[in-house]
Design a protein around this ligand. Structure first.
Ligand code: ATP
Ligand code: MG
Length: 446
């Protein structure tokens, strides 16, 4: 993309309404614009990151064997009356009446809708196990929407639902989700720690939340510091293996790590004092096993191999896709702006032309731009007639991990400058070598 033809409405001033750094930087970098309280338009740069995050979520869900579909945002109240949650859900549910006087709602989650799909089409244990998921907008009429996309009223969520014949199989689905989530967050450059949590209105006993440690997080968390040394890394897990998935769950949940809802002082006291930590965290996902809570009242049954009709065991599993943008920025920024991890960056690198209009500099930038694109990379070329300082400030603000700076002086010696946004270190090298270096970095990421 050429910046002169892009739409990147960066703000020079700090917006007064933003209380935390991710909200401030998303507004300043021209990623989002508030449409009304807790509801945002995703401007091109923000939309690009949102799509990259979605893509990673899709890839990791499908790697785990989960099947994508798409359910609507608007739902009929009737299904929620069947499960008993229409009255229970309270004021967070946006209720709408259509022209015929029928009660509708904007879905805050989809257990009822998916259970209805299941009971209409699945009747035999032979069709199990089954996990369906979608990435769709949700609406919760939060009493205090704040912190930009972190606590919106409309937000994008991946929600997945497993259907299994037995509790044991459903617990495997739970463990499988835990594994796939660890992998998903690490691909985004995040450490998200699974913590024992409370199930809230979804219901059920088994549940873990995934928390990214950050001072601005809304949850208070208590953990054994050893847990932060655990990395999932690039291990290949057989998602069909109950033992392999259980082993990962045990590894990542054997140390004390809880949110304030389930925190237990006596248990915490058993952690050696030097390793006890109290901090704040951002919830970026949650997994639940809730058994037959929805399948029983809604009649989602299958025939087992003895010919009996039994309600299926279910769980639901959510990732806060739009909240993740805020969480990643909270975890990765400096005083100049955002620092995108390579896995989610909106553009793979920036090209800064120090002397737009200089025939040699222009030609060198064009050649770099073409070479990067030919390799399947997505560069952002700042081809505007602006001062070098302003170009650097924009690149630093929007946080592309790599920048190639091209100027007449370097070109006389046959070199351009390659700069890492994270370390701030620069290196002079021939343009072809810079392209190779960037290609090599992303070869392990794309
Ligand atoms: P919270 O405790 O933050 O209100 P929740 O536990 O009610 O969230 P879940 O039902 O577990 O939310 O939804 C799955 C994920 O969706 C959460 O882990 C979170 O990342 C995200 N999410 C929930 N509410 C919001 C919101 N208002 N804005 C943005 N993301 C949200
Ligand atoms: Mg939750």
């Amino acid at each position: 993309m050429r910046l002169s033809r892009y739409f990147l409405p960066v703000l020079k001033e700090n917006p007064a309404e933003a209380q935390i750094v991710s909200h401030r930087l998303m507004l300043r970098a021209g990623m989002i614009k508030q449409a009304t309280a807790g509801i945002y338009s995703w401007l091109p740069l923000g939309y690009k990151v949102l799509r990259r995050i979605e893509q990673i979520v899709h890839e990791e869900q499908q790697r785990a064997g989960h099947i994508p579909l798409l359910m609507p945002t608007l739902q009929s109240a009737d299904l929620w009356r069947e499960s008993g949650r229409y009255d229970d859900y309270g004021e967070e549910m946006l209720r709408i009446t259509d022209r015929h006087g029928r009660d509708m709602l904007y879905g805050p989650t989809n257990e009822e809708l998916i259970t209805d799909i299941f009971r209409s089409h699945v009747g035999s244990y032979k069709d199990l196990p089954l996990t369906l998921y979608h990435i769709q907008w949700k609406f919760r009429d939060e009493i205090r929407p704040r912190f930009g996309v972190m606590r919106g009223r409309e937000f994008l969520m991946k929600d997945g639902y497993n259907f299994d014949l037995t509790k044991e199989d459903a617990l495997h689905a739970y463990n499988r989700h835990l594994v796939s989530y660890l992998r998903t967050y690490e691909r985004m450059g995040l450490q998200a720690i699974p913590m024992r949590a409370d199930s809230g209105p979804i219901g059920g006993d088994d549940t873990h939340e995934f928390l990214v440690l950050a001072e601005t997080g809304e949850s208070e968390v208590f953990y054994d510091s050893e847990i932060t040394d655990l990395k999932f890394g690039d291990r290949e897990i057989d998602y069909d293996s109950h033992d392999a998935c259980r082993a990962v769950l045990e590894e990542f949940t054997s140390r004390y790590a809880r949110t304030d809802e389930t925190h237990d002082e006596d248990e915490f006291a058993k952690v050696p004092e030097g390793r006890r930590r109290t901090a704040r965290g951002i919830e970026v996902g949650q997994i639940f096993y809730f058994g037959t809570k929805y399948s029983e009242p809604m009649g989602a049954t299958v025939t087992d191999d003895a010919g009996n009709k039994v309600p299926v065991h279910m769980g639901s599993h959510g990732i806060g896709v739009s909240r993740l943008l805020g969480a990643i920025i909270e975890a990765s920024h400096d005083d100049k702006g955002i620092i995108w991890p390579e896995g989610v960056t909106p553009f793979h690198c920036g090209i800064v032309n120090l002397k737009q209009g200089d025939a040699e500099a222009d030609a060198a930038c064009e050649a770099l731009y073409a070479a990067l694109k030919a390799l399947g990379l997505d560069p952002l070329y700042d081809d505007r007639k602006e001062r070098a300082g302003a170009k650097f400030a924009t690149m630093d603000l929007i946080g592309l991990p790599w920048r190639i700076t091209v100027g007449p002086r370097g070109l006389k010696n046959g070199v351009v400058e390659l700069t890492s946004r994270r370390s701030g270190e620069s290196e002079e090298l021939p343009p072809e070598a810079a392209v190779e270096r960037i290609a090599a970095v992303y070869a392990g990421v794309l």
